[in-house]
Design a protein around this ligand. Structure first.
Ligand code: NAD
Length: 335
């Protein structure tokens, strides 16, 4: 029997999780929710997803000619687990509903660790969500940092990590946010990204700063890490190469920027042109003494998607072994 998954909040993350879940053989989408009869609601119907809506929105969907399967409460009842991909500030209200219905739920990185007390990253702590009722897949940036830092720390012991996050200002389908012609530093320092990594690697000394720039494609991280010993650049490259869901690219092969990375994702025939892996410039990895320098890029719309699939597997006890779940998810998603 497949695990029945409901998606609450069918936006950038929700629609991608729906596709990824339906690509697996041990879970299926039983419904998605929409609050308004938008083009995304119409497209969900085209894709064959039952659409659930707030009771007060039923008439609006009827007027728009978009068929509705029931209310959001009906979807919660029908699901074994809900992947909550709603925007911020709704978590407490929905948490009460999921708890009352006795359902499992996963939130995204826009929520705080304190909501669930467990945060998830498949590489770093798959087993901590084993059988849990509630968990949280950490944000796109935190996922990116954990994908590489966890194995670098495991192999070479990081004494201190200093990270600058160069953040995209808005997602590609967003015409409201900015900046569109400025660079905006986060002045609340250090930024929340370090503590978010520590929700999964509490022992790691990590310091973060961030600036927003006018791009929609990806975030870029510049990482400087003092290691416990003087290892070679080649040794570090081997470790990064072996990290799950990390792709090494070379500037000298033409991948000079995020533009070519996203072009590569489209050439690979990925759904929606997504790059699920964290992309590290191989020719930008360098050891000087015991200090490691590297750059990585994060496709904010998609890196957390396979993590949600693995989190469902851990919470619903479908696969005990993290590496086996990662491999299964990757194979089904073409990673
Ligand atoms: P989004 O705005 O694209 O989608 C949110 C969806 O929730 C929309 O379809 C909206 O209509 C729906 N919604 C609004 N109110 C609702 C309600 N009361 N009940 C049900 N649905 C409702 O947002 P997103 O970018 O997909 O972000 C979702 C979560 O994922 C947030 O926690 C965010 O921080 C996190 N996240 C976002 C990104 C990213 O770059 N977009 C990356 C990683 C994690």
């Amino acid at each position: 029997m497949k695990v029945k998954v409901g998606i609450n909040g069918y936006g950038t993350i929700g629609k991608r999780v729906a596709t990824a879940v339906n690509q697996q053989d041990d879970m299926e989408i039983i419904g998605i929710t929409k609050t308004r009869p938008t083009y995304e609601a119409r497209d969900a119907v085209r894709q064959g997803y039952p659409v659930y809506v707030p009771a007060e929105s039923m008439d609006a969907f009827k007027d728009a000619g978009i068929p509705v399967a029931g209310t959001i409460d009906d979807m919660i009842k029908a699901a074994d687990i809900i992947v909550d991909c709603t925007p911020g500030k709704l978590a407490e209200e929905y948490k009460a509903k999921y708890a009352a219905a006795g359902k499992k739920a996963i939130w995204q990185g826009g929520e705080d660790h304190s909501l669930t007390g467990i945060s998830f990253n498949a590489t770093a702590n798959y087993s901590e969500s084993w059988g849990a009722q509630f968990s949280r897949v950490v944000s796109c940036n935190t996922t990116g940092l954990l994908r590489t830092l966890f194995n670098i720390d495991k192999n070479f012991k990081i004494k201190n990590a200093y990270v600058t996050l160069i953040r995209r200002s808005a997602d590609p389908n967003d015409s409201k946010n900015g900046p569109i012609n400025a660079i905006e530093p986060s002045v609340k320092l250090p930024t929340h990204h370090g503590p978010d990594v520590q929700s999964i690697m509490p022992w790691l000394s990590i310091n973060t700063m961030a600036v927003k720039v006018p791009t929609t494609l990806m975030h870029v991280h510049t990482i400087v890490a003092e290691l416990g010993s003087e290892v070679t650049t080649e040794q570090v490259k081997e470790v990064i190469k072996a990290c799950p869901r990390v792709r090494l690219v070379k500037s000298k092969e033409g991948i000079k920027s995020t533009a070519q990375i996203m072009d590569l994702a489209r050439e690979l025939g990925r759904t929606r042109g997504d790059m699920f892996e964290i992309v590290v410039w191989e020719d930008g990895i360098k050891m000087v003494g015991n200090v490691l320098y590297y750059y990585q890029a994060v496709n904010q719309e998609s890196d957390v998607i396979p993590e949600n699939v693995d989190c469902i597997r851990s919470m619903c006890k479908l696969e005990k072994d993290a590496a086996a779940s990662i491999a299964k998810t990757n194979k089904a998603m073409g990673i």
